[in-house]
Design a protein around this ligand. Structure first.
Ligand code: ZN
Length: 204
């Protein structure tokens, strides 16, 4: 199986080519191109989130924890009556550290329990789910950027799926479901919903 570094390199190369093409064909500006590149590069790591010991999983746990603790710090240091805000620096730091470890642990545990490698996250729904999530996140940046991140995220994840299948003939990159039909169905429904949200420009 291609390892983590191989997937990152391949997704990076595909993303660079994709962004160059987008600039030439659709006139993508700097925002659309750079966010598109980021969406494509990170997309190459997404399917291996379902590997218990994978670097992407640990990375997702760390990033999720950081994002959550940043939000907590922002909240407890803003003035307000609820929770007696703003909190003093010492309490805010404790809250940041605590929420980081809490959220990090929760994310890693959820993925460990609910997934198995080359399972759900290696189905064809995932490129579109990931693209849809990116499109929702950048909805306020305008149509060009939305389209760029959507296309590039799909390209990045597809690069991963195709590389996995090229290394093992038994694995089909276009599989639409896993043995767990219920989970596959939920994944596809979620994917359809997220993409509907993204393209009707409703922000979450
Ligand atoms: Zn993989």
């Amino acid at each position: 199986m291609p390892n983590f570094e191989y997937h990152v390199a391949a997704a990076g190369l595909a993303s660079a080519i994709g962004v160059a093409f987008g600039g030439a064909a659709f006139g993508w500006d700097a925002t659309a191109s750079s966010l598109g590149f980021l969406a494509g590069l990170s997309g190459g790591m997404i399917p291996d989130l379902d590997h218990d010991e994978s670097k992407p999983l640990r990375l997702a746990g760390a990033l999720g924890g950081l994002g959550f603790s940043a939000a907590v710090v922002g909240y407890v240091t803003s003035p307000g009556t609820f929770f007696n805000r703003p909190w003093p620096v010492g309490s805010a730091v404790l809250a940041a550290v605590g929420s980081y470890f809490l959220f990090n642990t929760i994310i890693v545990e959820i993925f460990k329990r609910r997934t198995k490698h080359r399972g759900l996250f290696h189905s064809l729904a995932v490129p579109f789910l990931y693209g849809g999530l990116w499109a929702v996140m950048v909805a306020s940046a305008g149509g060009q950027t939305v389209m760029a991140v959507w296309l590039m995220a799909i390209l990045g994840v597809l690069t991963h799926l195709v590389l996995d299948s090229a290394k093992s003939m038994s694995f089909n990159p276009l599989k639409v479901a896993t043995a767990d039909i219920g989970a596959s169905t939920r994944l596809w429904v979620l994917t359809a919903l997220v993409n509907f949200l993204a393209f009707t420009r409703l922000t979450l």
